[in-house]
Every structure is written in C-alpha cells, then in structure tokens.
Write a new protein. Sequence first.
Length: 444
Amino acid sequence: MPNLQPTVALASRVAMERIIGQLRQYFVNRSWLSATNRYAIETTVRLKTDTTNPNQVVSADLAEYIAASATLHSLDGWSFLGRAVDATLRGDPDTARHLGYYAELRAAMAILATEGIGVFNDRHFVVDLASQPSKIPGSYGTHKIVWELFDEWSRAPKAANLVGQIVTVSGIPLSGWINYFGVGTGAAFQPVARDWLTTWGLDVRQLSQDRDSRNESSYRPTGLRPFLLGSSDSFNTVSDLWRVLEPSATARFEVIDSFLFRTCVETIFTSVTGNQPKAASKDYGKEVKKMLANANPNSDMRSLRDFLNRRQKRSDPLVLKLARCQDPVTHSKHHLQVVSRAALLLRIASGACANLLKNGGTPFADMSFWWRELGEARGYWERKSRPADVTDLWADVEQALEQLKRKQSDIPNRATLQRRRQEFVGEIAILGECERIGLWGINV
C-alpha cells in the first residue's frame, strides 16, 4: 500500500463544491450528469479502458461523476441501513451485519467523495484544487482502499474541521463550542474526531484487513452457527436509533448532535485536566457554565447546562453505547453494534454532503427530479401527495414509535419474535425506511 498522505493532502473539497454547483445545469434534464458523460454508465469498465497507455481519461466527466456520487453514496448507505434494520427485526443478525457493513462502507465512500476522492473497483482517483482527477498509484480492491484512504483522511486536520462544522447544537457548530470551552483548544478536538470516525468505521477497518472474516460473514452458510433468538433488544435498539436521528424545526440532527457535543466536552475536559467530569464535577460545571455564557450571554441555557452536567438525560443513547463496543462476531449483540456504527457514520456522511451542496450553491429543491421520484419509488408518497418538506416524513415514524411503545407495554418482555412481529407488522415496515433520514439529512 503506497503512502496515501499526499493523496489525501491533494484532494480538494473546494474543487468539489465548485463542481457540484456546475451539475445544476443538468438538473433541468432530470439528470445528475450530462447525457454525454462518459462514465454515467459502465463506469468501471470504461475507466479500465481509459487508464491504459496512453491515458485517455475524460477529466471533466470523471470529476463530475465523483461530485454527484457523494450524495448518491450517502443515500444508498441509508438504504442499506434500512434493510439492516429490517433484517434485525426479522431475527436475521447475519444479514443485518452484512448490510450494516455495506452501509458503513458507503458512508465512508460518500465522505471521501465530498473531499475529492473517488473509489472505483481496482483503480481510484483524487481531484485536486484545479478540478483535475489523477489516478492513485497502485491497484487495490474497494474494501481495502476505502479504509486506508478513510483512515489517512481521519488523521488530517481537515477531517476534524469538517466534523466540527457538521455537528451543530443550538445553531452553533461544535468547533465554535470548543473555542468557548476554557480548558480546550481546536487541537484538542482533533483526536476526538479521529476517534469517532475510526470507531464508527471499525467494521470497514476490520473487514478490509481480514478478508477471511469478511467472506465468513458474507458468503459462508449462516446455519452452521447457532441461531440467536430475537428479543426486545432489537426493537429497543431500533427505536433508540430513530429517536436520536429525529429532525427538528431548526436542525436535521439536533438530538444525536447534542449527545456528541456532551461526549466531546467531557472527553476534552478529561484529556486536558486528567480528571473525569463526574469526579471533578465542580470544576467541570464551572467550565461548562463559562462556555455557555461565552457562546451566548443573552440566552437562557439552563436546560443545556443541566444536560451537559448530566442532570438531564444522564445516560447516553443505546446507539452510542453499542457503537463503542468491539465484541466478536459471535456476540449476540454484534449486529446491533454494526448497525449503530453505520448510523453514526452515515450521520457524518449526510452532513458532509449537505455542506457540499450548500457551499456549492445547490439547494435541495433543485434536486427534486431525483428525490421526488425516489420517494415515490420507495412508496413514501404518491405523485399527487408529495410532501412540501421532507422532514414531514418524520410524522409516520413518530406514529410508528408511539404505537410500538404502547404495544410493547401490552405484551410480556419475554414474548417470542413471532408474537412481536405479528403485533408490530405495520411499525416494522416504517422503521426499516431509513432513506427518510438520508433525505432530510441533506435538505439544505
């Protein structure tokens, strides 16, 4: 594997923002790309042909393809996650693990594409500031190169900068909050961001480095291992996942971002002072109070202060707890851990794509040719009843979650999966539709 640091350094998000803005000219023809784009179809076949000697890659077409692929990879990742959720609720952990892994993979590919890195089977490209794609040396398979590139990118300051812009609480990006946190600096956040990214991409790392394990998970007959009986854990995890990804009127990921904010501040406090927030609660509380006052001195932030001091919602969401676990594939909750990691990495991918579209002057409404047909094709609405705002898609989920909660209270905690599926058939259908999250996550 070559040194990929120069490749990551060369990749230009600025160029991708410029290119994504250029794609708007094709939207009137209900297409992401020009009708003549060489790589719109048979992409990898044509790239293989064009990279032979002499090199005949159509640079503008390839750069536009990479720009368009970011949002589409992200939405595909949410689709994989939805199918993983459905498999989870069907008592099929092996399929859930398989699809959760591919959701993670697509999330990483989406993030890389927003940065100007395109992954194509066994030959890959980086787009520089001049919008020129160049081939990355060597020939490596998708699984391996995605992790190696993603890992290298996560080490770079621009990775922390991006995450710091994406995660937002009360209208202030995480990077802004950290600047107001007296014990922290911008540099203190970089290891936190790297830890998040590499933890949530854990399965991409493990399966890229261990091909035998990937094949065992994806291609070997699952019936040779003991079946895991379904339990309330699956339904609780899925319910928690949706609750933390609920959109608000002012932000697309306010709930999960708030928990990430708290985790970040606590981690920085510990790394700088050597003390745990709980053990040094008085000092920690003072720093939190000063941070909130510095950020917005004219606003009453008592509720946020209580949250950060864990006087409200003291426990982290189940999804965050599961994502941190690194149990072996034989563990009964391993598939839930994979699904949780995929959801968190997709949240970052959606934010990266939303920033790309916004900074490139490409509003969500301009992509209606795509997302309206997608919603209709997935059965979320009919042509005559399209939503005015895709955040309205939450209403169905809210209803499903409330009904699920009510029905769960009416059946024994040790009820069989067959009983649960009979009782929750309508709710299960809605809770497997994670494309909804992908749509409101890029609505800029």
